[in-house]
Design a protein around this ligand. Structure first.
Ligand SMILES: Cc1cc2nc3c(=O)[nH]c(=O)nc-3n(C[C@H](O)[C@H](O)[C@H](O)COP(=O)(O)O)c2cc1C
Ligand code: SF4
Length: 440
């Protein structure tokens, strides 16, 4: 399975404490980072090929290099924000990183901050994760007491403050510009890009937003070098990745594997295969926002960005691996997903605000045998008109599941609209499609 980079300490008793973390080598990479110039640290991360683990897979070192130089930004500070909002259905890896190894994340943030000439950073943590916030607060306090945070860290002359900020409790606050607004005390709503946060972000200063898993990978890269990281995974997707596995599998959980493992091998050998020996029907590979894959497509793909995209038209996303067996009702599954998006739209863009609610209501009718074949056409039209016509990627995230379910499991949808309507289904439809409130 290859080396563990992110989950290496998870099974060690007391892994969240500074004492155990230090005995495992955490914070030992700081000296190496401080011995390099900030631009050299960025270059190592660039050379490693590390790609952001928040969903888009954007190259991390390149993002860091977009921050304007001191000459260009004048007296503006640089902020580093760790995106710990993790609210996507099917994705539950960052919470384990923070719960079981908070010091690894803090070490990664100190190294990133050194590279970015940043002296203030925030961990923006999902509003519902109060218990993890408490653990992070403890870890941050321990690090301050040990001189690992604050003024003149380890005698390096580098000052760095880290704050833990509890999020606003809305999925959309994970979108980087919404996260920034929420951190500033404004409504957590996305903004149009450009300007990108690296140029103009929090308090209009250059801001790097990185996912928890991305930052936690940095210390290993510094210690072992870019070449060692590149030696893991695939050429375009180096390193290891955490996958959160849920649904109809024998061993759900969070697994760290090298990128590029054949998907079928991952399912059968790491996740223990489909539960109850049933046949696989579908997988959502990257958290609820990406297109669904059929069982045939699973056999053609490996666990990396390019393979999933080229062979199944889907995305690795944040690595939320949702498994569905042959008994899964695909209409009900999609309806359930759309309930989430209809509820979480922040309401700024008409196509997303209205369209997500309409798609959910139509799906309720389809699920309950109360829809007509024309409704399926309307559903498709709505999805096509939301995708890429909104301020942020949330619209596409809601549209892509609809488009892919309708295309890849068309027969199941057709069967539902051709079923005769009964009194029971009419009542069920009326109850289930009751409009739900939306807004961040
Ligand atoms: C609707 C929406 C929700 C998002 N939620 C998260 C999240 O919870 N965590 C996260 O790291 N990125 C999330 N992202 C992606 C962020 O906008 C951003 O790309 C990411 O934090 C960058 O980090 P990375 O470069 O390390 O991947 C979300 C994006 C969208 C459109
Ligand atoms: S796409 Fe949806 S979530 Fe994103 S800004 Fe527009 S309304 Fe808000």
């Amino acid at each position: 399975m290859g080396p563990k980079i992110l989950s290496v300490n998870w099974d060690v008793p007391g892994s969240h404490t500074l004492e155990v973390a230090r005995s495992r080598g955490t914070y030992s990479r700081l000296a190496k980072a401080f011995a390099l110039k900030p631009a050299e640290v960025t270059q190592v991360v660039k050379d490693s090929g590390l790609r952001g683990r928040g969903g888009a897979g954007f190259p991390t070192g390149m993002k860091w290099s977009f921050v304007p130089s001191k000459e260009k930004r004048g007296d503006k500070p640089v902020y580093l924000l760790c995106n710990a909002d993790e609210s996507e259905p099917g994705t539950f890896k960052d919470r384990y990183c923070m719960w079981l190894d908070p010091h690894l994340l803090i070490e990664g943030m100190i190294i990133a901050a050194w590279a970015l000439d940043c002296h203030t950073a925030y961990i923006y943590i999902r509003g519902e994760f109060r218990f993890i916030q408490a653990r992070l607060d403890e870890a941050v306090a321990e690090a301050y007491a040990a001189g690992l945070l604050g003024k003149n860290i380890l005698g390096s002359g580098f000052d760095f403050d880290l704050h833990v900020h509890l999020g606003a409790g809305a999925y959309i606050c994970g979108e980087e510009t919404a996260l920034i607004s929420s951190l500033e005390g404004e409504k957590g709503q996305p903004k149009l890009k450009p300007p990108f946060p690296a140029v103009e972000g929090a308090w209009r200063a250059p801001t790097v937003v990185n996912n928890v898993e991305t930052l936690a990978a940095v210390p290993w890269i510094l210690e072992n070098g870019a070449a060692a990281y590149k030696a893991l995974g695939t050429e375009k997707a180096p390193g290891t990745k955490l996958f959160s596995v849920s649904g109809h599998v024998n061993k759900p959980g969070v697994y760290e594997i090298p990128m590029g493992m054949p998907m079928r091998q991952f399912l059968d050998e790491v996740c223990g295969g489909v539960k109850g020996g049933k046949k696989l029907k579908a997988i959502i590979p990257g958290g609820s926002s990406v297109p669904v894959m059929t069982a045939d497509e699973v056999d053609k793909c490996s666990m990396d960005y390019e393979s999933i995209n080229q062979n199944a038209g889907s995305y690795l996303g944040s690595g939320g691996f949702i498994v569905m067996d042959e008994t899964t009702d695909m209409v009900a599954a999609l309806t359930n997903l759309l309930r989430f998006y209809a509820h979480e739209s922040c309401g700024q863009c008409t196509p997303c605000r209205e369209g997500c609610g309409w798609m959910y209501q139509i799906l309720c009718r389809v699920r309950d045998g109360f829809a007509t074949p024309e409704d399926l056409g309307t559903l498709r039209d709505l999805a096509d008109n939301i995708h890429s016509k909104t301020i942020c990627f949330f619209g596409a995230s809601a549209a892509m599941p609809v488009q892919s379910f309708l295309t890849k499991f068309r027969d199941e949808f057709l069967q539902r609209v051709q079923r005769p309507v009964t009194a029971v289904t009419v009542v069920a439809s009326t109850i289930s499609s009751t409009p739900i409130a939306s807004g961040a």
